[in-house]
Write a protein that binds this ligand. Sequence first.
Ligand code: SF4
Length: 328
Amino acid sequence: MTRTSAAELQPQALRHDWKREEIRAIYHQPLLELLFQAQQIHRQFHRPGEVQLCRLLSIKTGGCPEDCAYCPQSAHYHTEVRPGALMSVEEVRRAAEKARSEGATRFCMGAAWREVRDGRDFENVLAMVRDVASLGMEVCCTLGMLNEHQARRLAEAGLTAYNHNLDTSPEYYGAIITTRRYEDRLRTLEYVRRAGISVCCGGIIGMGESDEDRVGLLHQLASMNPHPESVPINSLVRVEGTPLGEAEPTDPLTLARTIAAARILMPASRVRLSAGRRSLSRESAALCFMAGANSIFFGEKLLTTPNPGRDEDELLFRDLGLRAMSRV
Ligand code: SF4
């Protein structure tokens, strides 16, 4: 197997022409070597020990017509999630103010929609974006597929970033979602880019995919030019009633390996240790920060699934000597 050293990587740090075999070679290195390289690169591009705190709020929960096999909000599965209407602009503003007072510098709003439809709900989301932006926070939305005009309107409202995950490799995508295609995702991402909004795009580990699928996902992300500014790496939260409710638990070392490879491939991006933190030990979380994760969601709920409590995170930050990233 080819060994790639950090020194070799340095001059080409922001590359977009990665070949799959290069990514495979990086990903499959001995874990400690991989972590060491990732940490070296992390320190060239980011302040060590600094982690961005983001808050994610579900502004419209459940009843989604898509069939993502991991998602309790899909109307295709029987889960405990009860569909609700879009929250009011006022409620969202209050939630954003609270998140800000607790140290969040980024506020993300998620709606369980297949795609954005023009009309009253979209106008309300635009008002929410304007409100959150006026609080001086980064503002991010995840609303499903967008057309070009909608992307432009979100940009005009002050949207910082749009989240649209690729989830897994193109080859494995059809095993997870059948109601839309990989190309649909890429098209929305293209509209987001063209509108001048930054891209938040990553995937999920632990859905029964192979190492090669994780390499394939990383290849897609690292080939984007520019790279997604934010790369959420989620670990599957197994929810009863979804097709992946009984999946094998994710190996935290695989999560750390994927994060480290993402850090090496996309050195300037914020790599977010996202869903699934609740089932990570403190030691596994530490390994993920060592691997180059420098952003988390904090707050007890992540859309509809549990997340570590604030006290737990404060203790973890104290014990690891991590600091919350200051205001944007
Ligand atoms: S992940 Fe998003 S698009 Fe897929 S079912 Fe859940 S809410 Fe719908």
